[in-house]
Design a protein around this ligand. Structure first.
Ligand SMILES: C[S@@+](CC[C@H](N)C(=O)[O-])C[C@H]1O[C@@H](n2cnc3c(N)ncnc32)[C@H](O)[C@@H]1O
Length: 364
C-alpha cells in the first residue's frame, strides 16, 4: 500500500494528500483499503470490539425497544442499518423480532465493505424482507428507523491546526519511504466555513478533525427518509468538550489488534483509523436538513431506559460459562459505570413525527 500511496502523492503537483483523502484510501480503497480486505476486524481476533459484538443482547434490546414503538404508535416496521459490519446487530435484531412479534419486519443494510457484506450473507438469510442495498436511492422514500453503531467515527475527516496564530490544514506527503505530515495555510473554504458555522475557535497549538463527509451523509439520510427516527450510536464530543485542553491534539487514532496507535500514518491499510464525532455539528446539521433533534443520552442510560435490566435472569447456576451467566454478564458489562457504554452516546432525531423523548420509552 505504501508504494500505491507514494505513486499517488508524487503524481500530484502539490505532492500531498489531505487527511480525508488519505483516510479514504487506507480504509476504503477497493483493493488496499483496511475495510475492503478479507481479514477479521471486529472481535477478539480482530482490531477492535463494538457494542453489537459484545453480545446479542444489544441488538435484541434495541429490537424490543423499536417493536414497542411500532406497536404503540404505528411507526413503520422497517429498519435501514448503516455500516452494519459483520451483521451481528442485524442478526440479533431480526431473531428477537421473529421470536417475539407478529408484525412483518423489513430490514435493509447499507455497507461499503465487500468483506463485511460477505460475512452478513453467511449469518443472515437474505430475501424479500432482509436486503443489502448499494445506495439510499434504492429505498427512497424510506419510512421507519435509520440505525447506525460506530459508522460516523469511521468516515474520513480533514485535519486542521492552529500554530503561531495561523490556521493550517495538516496534509500528508512523503519523505523517502516515509509518510509525513505537512502543514499548509488553511485555504479550503469548506473547512473554514465548517469552523465558522459550528463556532470552533481553535486555541494556540490545537488540532481538530473536520467531518465534511458526516454532513454529506446526513444530507443523504434526510433526502431518503420520508418519516421516521434516526438513531446514531457513537463516541464523540460536544463543541465545549472539543475545546477542553485535554483534547488539544484532536481524536484521530488507529486500532491494531486492540492496541491504540497514536500515529495514524503507521501500518496504512492494516489498521482501523477512527475519530470522535462532532455531536453538536451532527445535531445542528440534522436540524438544517429536517432531522429534528430528539435526545442525546449516554448509551448506558439509553439501555437502562429501554428496560435492559428486566432481561437479567435470576439463576443459581454456578457455571460461569452457562448461557444465562454469559448473558447476565453481558448485560452488566453494557450498563456498569465505567463500562464501554459510558463512552458512547445515542443521538435520536426524528422526521415527520413530534415525539417527546419519554414517549419512546414509556412503551418498552
Ligand atoms: C466501526 S465499523 C462498525 C460495524 C458495526 N456497526 C458494529 O457495530 O459492529 C464501521 C462499519 O461502517 C462501514 N462503513 C464505512 N463507511 C461507510 C459508508 N459510507 N456506507 C456504508 N458503510 C460504511 C465499514 O465498512 C464498517 O463495516
Amino acid at each position: 500500500m505504501i508504494n500505491f500511496l507514494r505513486n499517488i502523492i508524487v503524481s500530484r503537483s502539490s505532492k500531498m494528500l489531505s487527511y480525508a483523502e488519505f483516510i479514504s484510501l487506507v480504509l476504503y480503497h477497493p483493493i488496499y483499503g483496511y475495510y475492503m480486505r478479507k481479514r477479521i476486524k471486529i472481535g477478539s481476533e480482530g482490531d477492535f470490539i463494538t457494542s453489537s459484538n459484545v453480545s446479542d443482547i444489544y441488538g435484541r434490546t434495541i429490537a424490543k425497544w423499536y417493536a414497542a414503538i411500532v406497536e404503540e404508535y404505528g411507526i413503520n416496521p422497517q429498519i435501514c442499518e448503516l455500516g452494519a459490519g459483520n451483521g451481528r446487530f442485524a442478526k440479533a435484531f431480526i431473531d428477537e423480532w421473529h421470536e417475539k412479534y407478529r408484525q412483518p419486519l423489513q430490514y435493509y443494510i447499507l455497507e461499503t465493505s465487500p468483506y463485511h457484506r460477505e460475512l452478513q450473507r453467511k449469518s443472515l438469510s437474505f430475501g424479500e424482507t432482509v436486503k443489502q442495498i448499494e445506495s439510499f436511492d434504492e429505498i427512497t422514500p424510506f419510512s421507519g428507523l435509520v440505525f447506525s453503531n460506530e459508522l460516523f467515527d469511521a468516515l474520513p475527516v480533514h485535519v486542521v491546526e492552529k500554530k503561531q496564530g495561523q490556521l493550517f490544514e495538516v496534509m500528508i506527503g512523503m519523505e523517502g519511504n516515509e509518510l509525513v505530515e505537512k502543514a499548509v495555510i488553511l485555504q479550503n473554504e469548506q473547512l473554514l466555513s465548517f469552523l465558522k458555522k459550528y463556532q470552533l475557535t481553535l486555541n494556540e497549538g490545537q488540532r481538530i478533525e473536520i467531518p465534511l463527509e458526516m454532513e454529506r451523509f446526513l444530507e443523504n439520510i434526510a433526502k431518503s427518509l420520508e418519516k421516521g427516527l434516526v438513531v446514531t450510536v457513537d463516541y464523540g464530543y460536544t463543541t465545549e468538550e472539543w475545546m477542553d485542553i485535554s483534547r488539544r491534539n484532536g481524536s484521530l487514532r488507529g486500532y491494531y489488534k486492540h492496541q491504540l496507535v497514536k500515529n495514524v500514518l503507521e501500518r496504512p491499510g492494516e489498521m482501523d483509523i477512527t475519530s470522535h464525532v462532532h455531536f453538536d455539528a451532527l445535531i445542528q446539521k440534522g436540524e438544517e436538513v429536517g432531522l429534528h433533534f430528539l435526545s442525546k443520552q449516554r448509551q448506558d442510560e439509553f439501555l437502562l431506559s429501554t428496560g435492559i435490566l428486566n432481561e437479567l435472569t435470576e439463576h443459581h447456576d454456578p457455571n460461569p460459562f452457562s448461557q444465562v451467566s454469559k448473558r447476565n454478564r453481558a448485560i452488566r458489562s453494557l450498563i456498569m459505570p465505567g463500562s464501554m457504554s459510558s463512552f458512547f452516546h445515542v443521538i435520536m432525531q426524528q422526521k415527520g413525527y413530534s415525539f417527546k423523548v419519554d414517549d419512546l420509552f414509556k412503551c418498552s
